[in-house]
Design a protein around this ligand. Structure first.
Ligand SMILES: [Zn+2]
Ligand SMILES: [Zn+2]
Length: 393
């Protein structure tokens, strides 16, 4: 196969369909939905794929999968996540969100990457000596969508050999890409605590058990934990992001709640804190005469397979240029639920530069973040070119 022609074709084909892809992106951006609850997004993606002559299949609660290629070879999984965040958009974009949610993590662009990739791969299906499987994933932001699709057969029929995902990065220039070999993103453990006290009149505290006092004590204890029990050279972030209870100043409430997240890179650090947080909760609640329910939700750390990254890097560089693929040293302190897939097959998770607007350097998950649509043809060309060449060579 003539790689040079192939590569030039890929980038120019991606640029040719840019306007159509931007239309998809803006539609998704204007109509964000959350978690597994993506009826309009899924319907839109499904119809668009059908219009390309593809047959999207539902996988799990709200995922879609299409397969493209001649089969009988390697199978590469590509991902686009579709869910937004419960953030009220604060930009002045003409296509800003029309509801209370926002695509502040760029999943509208990821979905668009995969719509463009599906279209170009379908046009070149007879060049693919294997299978590209594209997953359109719900519920990444709550760490549950990839897991649900895996549990419902995502990795079989045909069996997936390796996986590739792109994520926009507002801190990286358009046209540049980056990845971190090895551990690439933190694990995430969520703790959801409900403390039961005993409600009563504020004039008779002796007859009540104040659950706000209990969660206040837990809050203080948790905030000393990392500083006092973890080596300062390790990375561990424990944050109580939500707590409360009660309805009025003169009522001691019956119950209160506290939600926290823990992010770590080193499994030993994680194990220690994962044991200590419930111990502290248990001891504190008992000391103060309450009872409690604690639920946890865990997402593993994302792992980039160095060998796969080395195999794919030359194809990526053929599209973006020799000097535009950065190898990062620092893993993401955030979490990515593509980790469920990276635990099963060799995976490459890559950042795609989406910063073309210098005066607007906001991070992901910020209500002001503006991602440059110029990234769209780059992401599509990288995915298409890497998929075809990795499968065929
Ligand atoms: Zn996010
Ligand atoms: Zn994201």
């Amino acid at each position: 196969m003539n790689k040079t022609i192939n590569m030039a074709n890929t980038l120019s084909s991606a640029v040719e369909i840019k306007d159509e892809l931007i239309k998809h992106r803006r539609h998704l951006h204007e109509n964000p939905e959350l978690g597994f609850d993506l009826p309009n997004t899924v319907a839109y993606v499904k119809e668009t794929l059908k219009g390309m002559g593809l047959e999207p299949k539902k996988v799990g609660k709200a995922g879609l999968v299409v397969t493209i290629g001649k089969g009988n070879g390697k199978t590469l999984l590509l991902r686009g996540d579709m869910d937004a965040l419960p953030i009220k958009e604060n930009t002045d974009l003409p296509f800003k969100s029309t509801n209370e949610f926002m695509h502040a993590c760029g999943h509208d662009i990821h979905t668009t990457f995969m719509l463009g990739t599906a279209k170009l791969l379908k046009e070149r299906e007879n060049e693919i000596n294997g299978t590209v499987k594209i997953m359109f994933q719900p519920a990444e932001e709550i760490g549950a969508g990839a897991k649900d699709m895996v549990a419902n057969g995502l990795m079989e029929n045909p069996k997936v050999d390796a996986a590739l995902a792109l994520h926009v990065d507002p801190g990286l220039e358009v046209g540049k890409f980056g990845y971190k070999p090895g551990i690439a993103a933190s694990s995430l453990d969520g703790f959801f605590l409900k403390v039961q006290g005993k409600g009563g009149h504020s004039s008779e505290p002796q007859k009540a058990i104040d659950p706000l006092m209990i969660i206040n004590a837990i809050y203080s204890q948790l905030n000393t934990l990392v500083g006092k029990e973890i080596d300062p050279s390790e990375r561990a972030v424990l944050v109580v992001g939500k707590m409360g209870g009660g309805t009025a100043a003169n009522i001691i409430p019956d119950s209160a709640h506290l939600d926290a997240t823990l992010r770590t890179l080193n499994p030993e650090v994680r194990d220690h804190l994962f044991k200590r947080i419930p111990e502290i909760i248990d001891a504190t609640v008992k000391m103060m005469r309450g009872t409690y329910q604690l639920e946890t939700l865990s997402t593993p750390s994302l792992y980039n397979n160095a060998e796969l990254c080395e195999q794919m890097s030359p194809y990526i560089k053929e599209v973006i240029g020799e000097n535009n693929l950065e190898v990062n040293n620092e893993p993401l302190s955030g979490t990515e639920d593509f980790s469920y897939i990276s635990n099963l097959v060799p995976t490459m998770f890559m950042w795609a530069g989406a910063n073309g607007l210098e005066d607007r350097n906001y991070p992901l998950h910020n209500p002001n973040v503006v991602l440059d649509e110029g990234v769209i043809p780059w992401g599509v060309a990288v995915a298409v070119h890497t998929a075809i060449n990795w499968i065929n060579n």
